[in-house]
Design a protein around this ligand. Structure first.
Ligand code: URA
Length: 442
């Protein structure tokens, strides 16, 4: 089957059959399709879309382009969560030890930050020594020993996605739901899961800004998970403001450690709340809690008793990180940075935060990357001092930004000041969790 014939068929708006989709993914995996042929077909798919059957076929082919993990020695249900990404979205660092402390096994394969959104691997690498490049055998051993492990996508997990995603990124073909579903689900299904919870973010700081698009993506992700016999649920959550108090790699790990130590403040509350909700849905889908209320209770107990924290500490030890950051979280924060204060240009109520702008500022001061191969500065970031709904006085501190030099700080302060909209009256409260999208399976 010649690549150009398959490309022509999709270019002309026809459906691709199983043999054609398999030929495409085989050609991506074994390198027999050139980059320009892969990119051309992806563009035809972007323009002419894929129906559910094509979407499932491409998901399956991408999944089987690599290895599917199996955990025969683990007698716990295997579950994970995935987030479509946001600003200050640090929930993986809490959800994994919460779920593990409550009886699930969580083999979490995560990504790096790209553009304005952060990535779990970058955050974890703020912990001195922490290794995210784990050989599959070590990954499995760590899941068995402490209930969860966090690793990057190895060459053995959905390799076709790795190549296609890089080409989509370079050819402006990322934002199309069937390819997003195939990309996310091929990686997650390769974890050999019984249950999966998806956090689909919506709002200005999200990848899916529009609520209807987020609903469509959530629905397709759940439908695909269930078609592969994985109990799947999606939460559509609010990314119209940064999540929690801190944004930036070290800073976000700091926030999570404070929460696990029982030292959270009010601005960190949404981080705890969303993480607890995501983990609760995992416990229910994984069958270790019979109701949502029971799951919430279990998580609150495990958090309060320090079990979640001890599970996190054990994971750091097993992944070669420095566990002393658990006893002295301040160690995570670099003290030689320029600290610049962002003040309110007027008094009133904060009614809107341009979350995309906040993410872009953290990216620009070095905390994120524009291209997959760029390096990042783990130390930079920001601490918010208030959020939507708060009343502030003229000149009151909105946020403090941590930069490498004065020029970066000046630029960041100017952009952050403009990111906050302050009005005379408060806006209507917006929910953190907007909707829960359930599948047909109980
Ligand atoms: N995240 C992924 O892993 N893949 C996509 O296509 C989009 C977001």
């Amino acid at each position: 089957m010649r690549p150009q014939d398959i490309i022509a068929k999709k270019r002309d708006g026809e459906r691709l059959n199983e043999a054609e989709i398999n030929a495409f993914i085989d050609g991506v995996t074994d390198g027999s399709w050139a980059d320009y042929q892969v990119a051309a077909l992806v563009m035809a798919m972007f323009l002419n879309e894929l129906d559910f059957e094509e979407q499932s076929l491409i998901t399956r082919a991408m999944l089987y382009s690599g290895e599917i993990l199996e955990f025969p020695e683990i007698d716990r249900p295997i579950a994970d969560k995935h987030s479509t990404g946001g600003v200050g979205d640090k929930t993986s660092l809490l959800v994994a030890p919460m779920a593990a402390a409550c009886g699930l096994a969580v083999p979490m394969i995560s990504g790096r930050g790209l553009g304005h959104t952060g990535g779990t691997l970058d955050k974890l690498e703020s912990i001195p020594g922490y290794t995210v490049d784990l050989p599959v055998e070590d990954f499995k051993r760590i899941v068995k020993e402490c209930g969860f492990a966090m690793s990057g996508q190895t060459a053995r997990i959905a390799p076709a996605d790795k190549r296609i995603y890089a080409l989509r990124d370079a050819t402006a073909t990322v934002p199309t739901i069937p390819l997003i579903v195939a990309s996310i689900m091929s990686k997650k299904l390769a974890e050999g899961l019984d249950a999966l919870v998806l956090d689909v973010k919506t709002g200005n700081g999200a990848f899916m800004k529009d609520l209807d698009d987020a609903r469509r993506l959530a629905g397709e992700l759940v439908r695909t998970g269930e078609a592969f016999n994985v109990r799947t649920r999606a939460l559509i959550t609010n990314m119209g403001r940064p999540l929690g108090r801190y944004v930036g790699n070290c800073c976000e790990v700091f926030e999570c450690v404070k929460i696990m130590r029982g030292e959270a403040d009010g601005l960190m509350e949404p981080t705890t709340e969303l993480s607890s909700e995501l983990a609760s849905h995992m416990l229910v889908l994984g069958g270790v809690a019979s109701s949502h209320d029971e799951a919430r209770e279990k998580i609150e107990r495990a958090l309060g008793s320090g079990e979640v924290f001890e599970t996190f500490r054990r994971n750091i030890e097993l992944q070669n990180g420095d566990p002393s950051i658990c006893d002295d979280p301040e160690k995570l924060l670099e003290t030689r940075l320029v600290e610049a204060v962002v003040t309110a240009p007027r008094g009133g109520y904060i009614v809107e935060i341009d979350t995309l702008a906040v993410g872009n500022v953290v990216n620009e001061i070095g905390g994120g990357r524009l291209k997959a191969e760029d390096g990042i500065d783990h130390a930079v970031g920001l601490r918010t001092e208030c959020t939507i709904g708060n009343e502030v006085a003229d000149g009151e501190t909105l946020a403090v930004v941590f930069c490498r030099d004065e020029t970066a700080a000046k630029n960041a302060v100017q952009k952050l000041r403009a990111a906050y909209r302050i009005a005379d009256d408060p806006s209507e409260a917006s929910e953190l969790i907007i909707e829960v999208v359930r599948g047909d399976k109980p």
